[in-house]
Design a protein around this ligand. Structure first.
Ligand code: NAD
Ligand code: ATP
Length: 589
């Protein structure tokens, strides 16, 4: 049979002719071997057995020939091998000396049934795998098409050369190490982001527009590959090989393509040092960098006490204007602790400009920049390029039992750390039914549950026994709070899932949801919380790079695994392979 042709087309033609030349049909052979006086009721059953097996063969081939372009060699060969196994069964049936007893025939028919069943299972397994591969391929092709359309649309301004590069990229050619220009091969342009708007926002309300936003490009660096050349992020189907995307170990760099002009200041309230520094920084940015500065409405009233300072800044008057901030602001500067970064992120329900967080709190996991060196830090950031950490957020919807099919009109609540469902002031155990996509996960009985981002893994989730997870790891943490069970361990789920946490109808009390530790909402029996990863991450500027900053935070902020080192037997301190706490690289700024 020629390779590449459907197996079933030939299998059916070949089998009977071979059987005809080699041996008589099984039932006639059986009859000739059983001429004795004893009636043989098993003989007809032997015939029906053979018919049944060949019927099953028809079905098997129908399943195995499921249309699929990839892996055609393995597909055909697998079909051939199952047909050949069947053929061997027939030959075995034809050649086996059969004694004239009913018991033998019965035993034999049982054996054949088992063989037929095994063959069917093998073929069905292969067919399922092929169907799955075909589905993945279809999705991949759809996605490639969509990307191509989007890129073409977004690059209306690209030159022919750029479009050629883009086409090469989309046709999966390995690019040269050229990162310059619009839509470079290893990154994305901010043009795509800049065209997005928060749904429902009113462009006419942006009358305080302060000039065009600076465009920038993101590129993915690659360890050990200095020119930035790397494989594309896709799974190869054509050659039947699956390669791992290299995205996870890359540091993202932000490079300005035009000069950033507008900074938004977010400051921690009730702090004199923050107030003083804020005023000083605003003056410096205006005087030395000629930047536009936005501050929150309360800051312009309370923090900037002098009229001269107040005249240097702009603010917004209403929610509609606040919704348009992302179209004006190039950079967010935060002065405070992690709570201030959370607050800054909460102001943006859609895209978030890059955040440069200065540490003015007690811990500062997400605030790597030393406030006393703000001039050097801001100089470097405004010049670029600089590393960023793309921090995923969770989008959460509360679905009320009374209005099951309606999403909240004000849209999802976005959290950078976590959403917590707990028992509030109730003294009863919280009972929560948890589903991941449509699969049941578990029934929580305890103080509550934390659904956390990887950035939030070092906050409440850590206190409840969850793992610390690098913020670039694509996952969602599922951490119980004081579960009344010996075997409930925290989980980390893939970022692609949607979680549903439901308060059962027969729950003894209400539950409470809180979002980054704020905005508590009561959940009555029957109410549910739905959460998944939001398409709008928070890009935070790194002092060094994502990993160095993360390790520095867990060492310096949490004193992770700090312990006096055991002495060697000779009394000297053993050498430590790797950086000790005191050896951590300095800021370099
Ligand atoms: N038992 C707990 O640990 C506990 C209880 C409630 C809330 N929290 C956390 O507090 C967060 C709200 O922070 P806030 O500053 O508005 O409140 P807050 O002022 O009460 O500070 C909470 C503490 O958590 C730290 N923190 C916040 N986010 C962090 C992060 N991503 N990694 C490491 N530490 C982090 C802050 O630096 C601060 O020290 C919540 O999102 C929650 O994660 C923790
Ligand atoms: N601009 C703001 N407007 C209103 N509230 C804010 C603002 N910035 C911060 N907050 C709130 O102030 C609280 C304290 O802020 P933050 O965590 O930054 O300071 P901190 O507690 O001194 O620092 P750390 O958490 O490192 O100890 C947080 O609950 C935060 O949500």
């Amino acid at each position: 049979m020629p390779l590449g042709e459907p197996a079933h087309a030939h299998a059916h033609e070949e089998l009977p002719s071979r059987e005809a030349t080699r041996s008589p049909p099984p039932d006639s052979r059986l009859r000739s071997l059983n001429p004795g006086p004893i009636p043989i009721p098993a003989a007809p059953s032997s015939r029906s057995l053979v018919e049944k097996v060949s019927d099953q063969r028809v079905n098997l081939d129908a399943i195995v020939s499921h249309p699929s372009e990839n892996g055609s060699i393995s597909t055909v060969s697998s079909t051939v091998s199952s047909v050949e196994s069947e053929r061997a069964s027939y030959e075995f049936l034809a050649q086996t000396p059969i004694k004239s007893t009913d018991a033998h025939l019965v035993e034999f028919s049982e054996a054949m049934r088992t063989v037929a069943k095994a063959l069917r299972q093998v073929a069905e397994g292969k067919a399922a795998a092929q169907a799955e591969a075909a589905e993945w391929k279809r999705k991949y092709e759809l996605e490639t098409e969509r990307k191509q359309e989007r890129k073409m649309k977004d690059c209306g301004s690209c030159t022919d050369d750029d479009l050629g590069k883009l086409a090469r990229q989309l046709t999966l050619e390995t690019p040269a190490s050229d990162q310059a220009g619009c839509c470079g091969n290893h990154g994305i342009c901010s043009h795509e982001v800049l065209q997005d708007e928060v749904p429902g926002s009113n462009p006419r309300s942006s009358h305080k527009m302060v000039g065009r936003k600076a465009s920038f490009r993101l590129s993915w660096g690659c360890n050990g590959n200095k020119n930035g050349q790397h494989k594309h992020d896709f799974v190869s189907f054509e050659k039947g090989d699956i390669t791992t995307a290299e995205r996870s170990n890359k540091q993202i760099l932000l490079k300005w393509e035009s000069r950033p002009q507008t900074v938004l200041f977010i400051t921690k309230p009730n702090s004199n040092s923050v107030r003083d520094l804020c005023a000083e920084m605003v003056r410096w940015l205006k005087g030395h960098k000629n930047m536009n500065v936005f501050v929150e409405p309360w800051v312009s009233k309370e923090l900037l006490t002098q009229d001269t300072d107040r005249n240097l800044v702009q603010t917004w008057d209403n929610d509609e204007e606040a919704k348009m901030l992302h179209t004006k602001v190039d950079l967010i500067v935060t002065l405070g602790g992690d709570g201030t970064v959370l607050w800054a992120a909460s102001l943006f329900k859609g895209p978030v400009p890059p955040v440069v967080a200065f540490a003015m709190g007690s811990l500062g996991f997400m605030t790597p920049f030393p406030s006393e060196k703000y001039r050097d830090c801001l100089d470097n950031v405004l010049k670029g390029p600089f590393s960023i950490t793309l921090r995923n957020r969770l989008q959460c919807y509360v679905i009320r039992d009374a209005a099951k099919d309606e999403l909240e009109p004000e849209g999802p609540i976005l959290v950078l750390n976590e959403v917590t469902i707990d028992r509030g002031i109730s003294s009863y155990l919280t009972q929560l039914e948890c589903y991941c996509d449509s699969s049941f996960v578990t029934f929580v009985q305890g103080d509550g549950l934390i659904i956390s981002t990887t950035s939030g893994s070092t906050a409440y989730s850590l206190a409840a026994g969850g793992s610390m997870v690098h913020p670039q790891v694509p996952g969602i943490l599922f951490t119980p709070i004081c579960p009344h069970s010996l075997s409930f361990r925290p989980l980390i789920l893939p970022e692609s899932v949607t979680l549903r946490i439901q308060v059962p109808y027969n729950s003894r009390g209400h539950a409470w949801a809180s979002f980054d530790g704020k905005d508590r909402k009561q959940l009555a029996p029957g109410d549910a919380l739905i959460c998944s990863i939001s398409p709008w991450p928070v890009p935070t500027a790194c002092l060094m790079d994502s990993t160095t900053d993360f390790l520095r935070s867990i060492h310096e902020g949490l004193h992770w695994n700090l312990r006096k080192t055991q002495q060697a037997f000779d009394g000297s301190a053993p050498s430590v392979d790797g950086a000790a706490l005191t050896d951590l690289p300095s800021a370099g700024i």
